[in-house]
Design a protein. Structure first.
Length: 390
């Protein structure tokens, strides 16, 4: 009886290194092989004092190693998740408020005067025939900052195009505008619906809309372009009432638009890239941008000389020109999709719709670093607001 009681007491005792009940039973059995009768019962039911129970070190080590492997895998997943969320471009976008930002008439002009000086809005946005036909006012500069030397070509172009601003824009008490750049940060931005809500949506060059509506919207009020950047199928990427605004950098640009709209013999030389030879547009949708905006963008924002050697010819990008135009036309100006990758990031694409990199800008005559500083100044003084990270 005492022996049996002693056995029961020993069963209830567990040393810090012994196994739980089920596991201990398996460990103890390994030392009882060949025992029979009372000896076997004692060995199976209690700890044998003469031969101490062997701790389960192998099993414990296996459990410990598995636990550390699981923790390491969870840590790796966490690191990858954080890296992915940071590297995703849509994490760099500012939230778009549900309510419209208040619009105050003349607000953009007042703030822009800090950059451009007290210039007047009397300057026409688009060139018109009467300014060159009835009153011959010689321009001080050649293209792209003036029309000096290109007046005859320009007269023929202005005779078949228009210059008016749509009544739907003119009648607005306060014009809310957004300039949609072509930058890679628009990719996965989901800004499409927000962009469509602006009164005026200005786009650049041949940046596509079809297939990217969720990120860039579908509304296009104006599209600035030059011959080499004209989309080959403008009806696909624009609305029926979109104004197609020609930015002339050289006299051949006037010659190109004239041959296209008048169906004359096409000119294939004089362009750094072959422009469309067939361009299906309504001439009444075409406008010629006043070179005044190119002049003040170059002079006031980039401090470029108006008279430059022909081999240098630095000039603003179409994007910076579009912002300058918007500050002249609109009361509230927002921008989206501006900014280039860092110079050392050679693999990052510069556009949301194609895979070209910053290397393609070499020899373009654009100083993207200087333009970035100009846009930052606009943001600092509140002349424009950025919908994407800059």
């Amino acid at each position: 009886m005492e022996e049996a009681g002693q056995s029961r007491e020993e069963i209830s005792i567990q040393t810090p290194f012994s196994c739980p009940n089920r596991v201990r039973r398996k460990c103890s059995l390994s030392g009882t092989a060949g025992l029979t009768g009372r000896e076997g019962q004692v060995a199976r039911g209690s700890r044998d004092d003469s031969s101490p129970q062997e701790p389960c070190y192998p099993l414990r080590n296996m459990i410990s190693k598995s636990r550390w492997k699981l923790l390491a895998m969870l840590a790796l997943v966490l690191v990858v998740t954080v890296w992915y969320s940071i590297s995703r471009e849509d994490s760099f976008y500012f939230p778009i408020p549900e309510k419209k930002e208040p619009c105050f008439q003349g607000e953009a002009e007042r703030k822009a005067s800090k950059l451009f000086g007290n210039y007047s809005r009397d300057q026409p946005i688009f060139l018109q025939l009467k300014d060159y036909f009835w009153v011959k006012t010689p321009s001080a500069y050649e293209l792209p900052y003036g029309t000096k030397g290109s007046e005859d070509l320009l007269l023929r172009v202005l005779a078949i195009t228009s210059y008016s601003i749509p009544e739907s824009i003119q009648s607005l008490k306060c014009r809310r505008c957004v300039v949609v750049g072509n930058g890679h940060r628009l990719r996965n931005s989901s800004l499409g619906d927000a962009i469509n809500k602006y009164d005026v949506v200005i786009r650049l060059n041949n940046a596509p809309v079809a297939g990217y509506e969720g990120d860039v919207g579908s509304k296009t009020t104006m599209r600035l372009f030059y011959p080499e950047s004209a989309h080959f199928n403008p009806k696909v990427e624009n609305n029926p009432d979109t104004l197609l605004v020609l930015v002339a950098f050289k006299a051949m640009d006037f010659h190109w638009i004239e041959t296209i709209l008048s169906d004359k013999k096409r000119v294939r030389k004089g362009f750094w890239k072959q422009p469309p030879l067939i361009w299906d547009v309504n001439p009444r949708q075409v406008r010629i941008l006043n070179p005044f905006f190119m002049e003040i963008a170059a002079d006031k924002l980039l401090s470029l000389p108006m008279q430059q050697p022909r081999k240098i010819k630095q000039k603003p990008t179409t994007g910076l020109l579009a912002i300058t135009l918007a500050l002249h036309l609109c009361d509230l100006v927002h921008i989206a999709g501006f900014g280039y990758p860092d110079a050392h990031n050679r693999k990052q694409t510069i556009h949301y719709y194609e895979q070209i990199t910053l290397k393609s800008m070499a020899g373009s005559g654009h100083n993207v670093s200087q333009e970035a500083l100009a846009i930052k100044r606009m943001l600092e003084i509140g002349a424009v607001k950025n919908l994407t990270f800059f």
